[in-house]
Design a protein around this ligand. Structure first.
Ligand code: ADP
Ligand code: ZN
Length: 212
C-alpha cells in the first residue's frame, strides 16, 4: 500500500507517519528528514537544500524527485510506503505518476492556522532520528531527550514564527492545489485533526477502511 500524507506544516504529518509506519509495517519516507540528514552530513544535496529550508522555501523539484526516486528503489519499500511531506507541488505529483508509482490513498490532514502557529512554537525534533515532539501535546518522557533513541531534542531553525508564516504562504500557493489534484483521481480522504495524536490516527485508519 502506498500512502501520501498531505497537510500544512504543523498538521502532524510526521507524527502520523511514524504511527502508521509501525501499524502498517511499511516505511515512512519524509523528504524533510532526508534533507535534514543530508545537511547534517554535509552532502552536496544538503548544501543545495539548506538555504531554501532555512528561508521556509521549497527545495527545487528536481532535487526532491531525485531523492524520492532513489529511496523508493530500496528493498524495504517493496510492500509500499508512506510518503510524508512529498509530493508538495503539482510537478512532484506528476513525476510520481510518471514513475509508475501507484498511490492507493491520499490523506489530507486538516488543521486551522491558529492551531498550526500554536503547535510550531512548541515543536521539538530529535537531532538523531528525526522523531518529533511537542512541549504541550506530545512531550518526551525525559525533558530534552528522544524517547525512541535517546538523541537530543532541538528546535528546528525553520520553526521560528517568521519562517513558519513563510512556509504557510508557500503551502497555500504550491501544495494546497494537490488536494484537488488527488480528489480528481478519487484518492483523497480528508481527516480533521483530533484532540491528540492517537485520536487523529484512529480517524486516519477509519478513513483508510482499516479502523475497528
Ligand atoms: P513541515 O511539513 O513541517 O513543513 P518538513 O520537514 O516536511 O516540514 O519540511 C521542511 C522543509 O524541507 C520544507 O520547508 C522545504 O524547504 C523542504 N522540503 C521537504 N520536503 C519537500 C518537498 N517535497 N519539496 C520541496 N521542499 C521540501
Ligand atoms: Zn530520536
Amino acid at each position: 500500500m502506498n500512502l501520501i500524507l498531505l497537510g500544512a506544516p504543523g498538521a502532524g504529518k510526521g507524527t502520523q507517519a511514524e504511527i502508521l509506519c509501525k501499524k502498517l509495517g511499511i516505511p515512512s519516507i519524509s523528504t524533510g528528514n532526508i534533507l535534514r540528514a543530508a545537511i547534517k552530513d554535509g552532502t552536496p544535496t544538503g548544501l543545495k537544500a539548506k538555504s531554501y529550508m532555512d528561508a521556509g522555501q521549497l527545495v527545487p523539484d528536481e532535487v526532491i524527485i531525485g531523492i524520492v526516486d532513489e529511496r523508493l528503489k530500496q528493498d524495504d519499500c517493496a510492500k509500499g510506503c508512506i510518503l510524508d511531506g512529498v509530493p508538495r507541488t503539482i510537478a512532484q505529483a506528476e513525476a510520481i505518476e510518471k514513475a509508475g508509482i501507484r498511490i492507493d490513498a491520499v490523506i489530507a490532514i486538516e488543521i486551522s492556522e491558529e492551531e498550526i502557529l500554536r503547535r510550531m512554537s512548541g515543536r521539538r525534533v530529535c537531532e538523531a532520528c528525526g522523531a518529533s515532539y511537542n512541549l504541550e501535546a506530545v512531550p518526551p518522557k525525559v525533558e530534552g531527550i528522544c524517547d525512541s533513541c535517546g538523541g537530543k531534542l532541538i528546535q528546528r531553525k525553520d520553526d521560528t514564527p517568521e519562517t513558519v508564516r513563510e512556509r504557510l504562504k508557500v503551502y497555500h500557493k504550491e501544495t494546497a492545489p494537490l488536494v484537488d489534484f488527488y480528489a480528481a483521481r478519487g484518492l483523497l480522504k480528508r481527516v480533521e485533526v483530533a484532540d491528540n495524536k492517537e485520536a487523529t490516527n484512529a480517524k486516519i485508519l477509519e478513513a483508510l477502511g482499516l479502523g475497528k
